[in-house]
Design a protein around this ligand. Structure first.
Ligand SMILES: Nc1ncnc2c1ncn2[C@@H]1O[C@H](COP(=O)(O)OP(=O)(O)OP(=O)(O)O)[C@@H](O)[C@H]1O
Ligand SMILES: [Mg+2]
Length: 444
């Protein structure tokens, strides 16, 4: 119970922590991506402002109108190379971003998509997208992010826009991913610590909250056990006295004979009820511990004895008792309890089967278990009632009208016994067709 409570508590906490961690991760990741895009945009816009100068210088260089010492064989490939003469003179100030420390790169294109120059150390190595009318962010291989945008010239006279070239900026997302990776670790570690603390707190809380419940449950069990035990002696006295009175029918006034019979039957019923309650209270007290009276029991012999015992009742009701038993099957258990389990099942099968029906007991052996099925061709149980039949004092309406006098404890006892023997009990049934109880028990 405590473990179940703790696990539900942990389950709830895990869901809350998991959801919060995902939310934090998403928020931080969104923010970092926004910052990266802002950075790309600033870089691209700064570069766009230099496009006109770059174009001018590039074409001038191409046409040879350039200081002699800067006449290279090849055209300049980087902005720094292109602007080197002016840096020396110091007569021109172009915001050149020396991006060698960063994994990033800027490319200048003319209006015909022709790459003029580039600066930096990271380039997408592919053509500029066609029909670029506005800015366009793209992820490359999940490691780099690129922003391409057209540089515009707006005529002051006509207000007409004209594309003068393009800028493409690429930046590595490795640092961002590393940051997110660190965040994930921090969240996982924080989550694990929080969960451990929750588990410790939950254990303490569940123990605190269950203590009074367990105490009152124990008191209730003790009370039921004591009350049923105390009721046994006066009941025995009543039963014995009634027995003695019935031994001398001539001393009984004829008008009292029926009343006396009713009293005898009621006291028998009450004895059964008290015994059942005592048994249940004792089984509850021992739940989870294997009884010291457990030993290897030949289950086939127990069932055989019971079938013999019920033979007379079946004969009276003209019920056919069919059985297919497997010999020499031993299981670890309490013979009295196992006897009680199959008594209750066979009793029900005979009680709830109309005259002329059939009750069958079969055994099926598994690798480490045995399945014993008790089936009948009786009144059956409605599908909606099946979940209730193992509840204490529960009886189906159909059963009540069919047979009075039952207490509704038989199946609750059967289930307690099966649980104490580490087994399972299942039921399948159809109204007016029959019922089948299957008991699976571990063998030795
Ligand atoms: N073989 C069966 N066929 C039809 N209904 C059944 C069968 N076995 C159990 N039931 C249903 O399950 C209910 C609970 O069974 P359970 O043995 O606990 O109580 P009971 O037979 O009514 O009384 P008692 O405690 O005296 O055995 C029954 O009242 C009946 O409605
Ligand atoms: Mg019964």
């Amino acid at each position: 119970m405590q473990i179940r409570l703790l696990f539900s508590y942990l389950g709830v906490m895990l869901t809350i922590l998991g959801t919060s961690a995902v939310a934090v991760h998403e928020a931080v990741s969104h923010k970092l991506h926004r910052q990266l895009d802002d950075h790309l945009m600033t870089l691209a816009q700064t570069a766009a402002q230099t496009l006109e100068v770059v174009k001018h210088e590039y074409y001038e260089h191409k046409l040879g109108d350039y200081p002699e010492e800067y006449h290279h064989k090849n055209l300049p490939t980087s902005l720094s190379q292109l602007m080197a003469p002016y840096k020396r003179d110091g007569d021109i100030k172009i915001p050149v971003h020396h991006s060698s420390h960063y994994y990033q790169g800027v490319e200048w294109f003319d209006e015909k998509h022709q790459l003029l120059i580039k600066e930096g150390n990271l380039f997408p190595e592919k053509e500029l997208a066609e029909n670029l009318k506005a800015f366009d962010f793209t992820n490359i291989k999940g490691k780099n992010r690129t922003l391409a945008l057209p540089a515009m010239y707006i005529s002051p006279q006509t207000g007409k826009q004209q594309i003068t070239g393009y800028i493409r900026v690429t930046i590595s997302t490795t640092a961002l991913e590393a940051e997110l990776f660190r965040l994930r670790w921090a969240l996982a570690l924080g989550g694990a610590i929080a969960l451990t603390l929750t588990a410790i707190g939950g254990m303490w809380l569940s123990r605190q909250s269950l203590e009074p419940i367990e105490k009152s449950f124990g008191q209730l069990q003790q009370f039921t056990a004591d009350a049923s035990h105390e009721l046994r002696s006066p009941l025995t006295v009543i039963k014995t006295s009634l027995g003695v009175m019935q031994m001398y029918p001539e001393r009984i006034h004829p008008a009292n004979t029926e009343k006396l019979q009713a009293m005898a039957s009621a006291s028998n019923q009450m004895t059964c009820l008290v015994e059942d309650l005592l048994m249940l209270a004792r089984m509850d007290g021992k739940s989870g511990t294997r009884g010291s009276e457990f030993r290897a029991v030949p289950i086939d012999e127990i069932i055989e004895d019971l079938l013999e015992y019920f033979e007379a009742e079946a004969l009276v009701k003209q019920i056919t008792l069919d059985f297919q038993l497997i010999n020499n099957i031993f299981l670890l258990g309490d013979p009295q309890q196992l006897k009680r389990l199959f008594t209750n099942l066979l009793d029900n099968a005979l009680q709830y089967t109309p005259n002329g029906g059939t009750v069958t007991v079969t055994m099926e052996q598994g690798e480490k278990f045995i399945v014993i099925a008790v089936s009948d061709t009786g009144i059956g149980i409605a599908a909606k009632d099946i979940p209730h039949i193992f509840k204490r004092f529960w009886r189906a309406d159909k059963a009540r009208s069919y047979r009075t006098g039952g207490t509704g404890l038989g199946m609750a006892i059967a289930q307690s016994i099966v649980t104490a023997h580490k087994g399972t009990i299942t039921v399948t049934s159809q109204i007016d067709i029959g019922t089948c109880f299957k008991v699976q028990l571990p063998t030795v």
